[in-house]
Design a protein around this ligand. Structure first.
Ligand code: CAO
Length: 301
């Protein structure tokens, strides 16, 4: 997730950080709008030193090569760029992950029945596009999920009126999170085309840097790969992220009898400073409803 953050501080603090060799991008400011003070820089440098002492002392006892042959490799540039952002999100946001299983049997029947009106050929649209649309309905109903913290001390958040959904794209260079803009105003077919185009641009490193900014909420889908449930890391400054796993046919008790239904596992991580557990559960209920019976028929394909 290569995001470059805006740094608010004074020239004096910048100079101070430079002299100490501290990268301001890695420092969390304690003042309004995340403004970094000299004290923040000192605390950061101290914590780095303490960590280094700890890591070095662990290193000095045993080395990987003491146990067999090893090889040193560098991680990709995209991964290196993403690292500080991930560390910051993981360390500064109080994450909670809410898991849910959604019955998408009707949606899958509908999706598999889609054919081209003229050629009669099957139209391939992955579940993710329907999930994007359903998510927007939820964001409209629960606007705090479409917000960012402006100043936690004064309790200020900024609520976004747009619906730009970030999609985590797996590339050989590392993970990228471009935004699909105005999902509320686009139909299923055009979203499917845009998702495919944007993923391709990421994979070819042809995407504009600006496309990684200004999101409402992110979806991280491992549905095409596998697994059930995981704990996605919030893509700050967003306050929630939806993890999607692979749907499976399961025997469940449905309408008074055991029957086979298609079940989609989802994992919603949220910032507990802005969203509480009850809201997250309600959000997932809403998502279930919108991906459940009749959902597909409400949409413009
Ligand atoms: N359940 C079951 N099948 C699913 C599914 C789900 N939830 N989601 C997708 N599929 C199926 C698709 O229908 C497709 O089937 P066919 O091959 O029969 O057409 C197949 O899986 C592959 O889908 P896809 O992954 O190519 O397409 P997508 O629209 O679902 O996802 C994208 C697009 C860009 C999100 C995906 O290619 C990708 O990069 N995923 C990885 C994201 C990632 O790494 N997240 C982790 C981030 S945290 O480290």
């Amino acid at each position: 997730m290569s995001q470059i953050k805006k740094i608010f501080t004074t020239p004096k603090v910048r100079k101070f950080a430079r002299e100490l060799g501290a990268n301001l991008e890695n420092i969390v400011g304690s003042e309004r709008k995340g403004r970094i003070t000299q004290e923040d820089v000192k605390k950061f440098v101290n914590s780095q030193l303490n960590n280094e002492i700890k890591i070095n002392s662990e290193k000095s006892e045993f080395d990987h090569s003491d146990f067999g042959e090893v090889e040193f490799k560098e991680i990709s540039r995209v991964k290196k760029l993403a690292a500080p952002h991930l560390i910051k999100s993981w360390n500064t946001i109080p994450h909670v992950t809410h898991h849910e299983e959604i019955d998408i049997t009707e949606l899958e029947n509908f999706r598999n029945s889609l054919t081209d009106r003229y050629t009669g050929e099957k139209i391939k649209i992955t579940p993710l596009v329907f999930i994007m649309k359903a998510l927007v309905i939820c964001l409209k109903k629960f606007p705090f999920f479409n917000s960012s913290i402006e100043d936690i001390n004064s309790g200020k958040v900024v609520k976004k009126k747009y619906f730009h959904i970030g999609i985590a794209v797996d590339t050989k260079h590392g993970l990228m999170v471009p935004k699909i803009r105005d999902v509320n105003n686009k139909n299923i077919k055009s979203l499917a085309k845009e998702l495919s185009d944007v993923s391709e641009k990421c994979r070819k490193l042809k995407i504009d840097k600006k496309e990684f900014y200004g999101g409402s909420m992110t979806i991280s889908s491992l549905g095409g790969i596998g697994g059930c449930f995981f704990t996605p890391i919030i893509n700050s400054p967003e306050v929630s992220i939806l993890g999607v796993s692979r749907s499976k046919k399961k025997q469940i008790f449905y309408k008074d009898k055991f029957t086979t239904r298609t079940i989609l596992p989802i994992s919603l991580s949220y910032d507990h400073r802005v969203i509480d557990g009850a809201e997250a559960a309600r959000f997932c209920n809403e998502l279930s409803e919108n991906l459940g019976d009749n959902f597909a028929y409400k949409l413009s394909i």
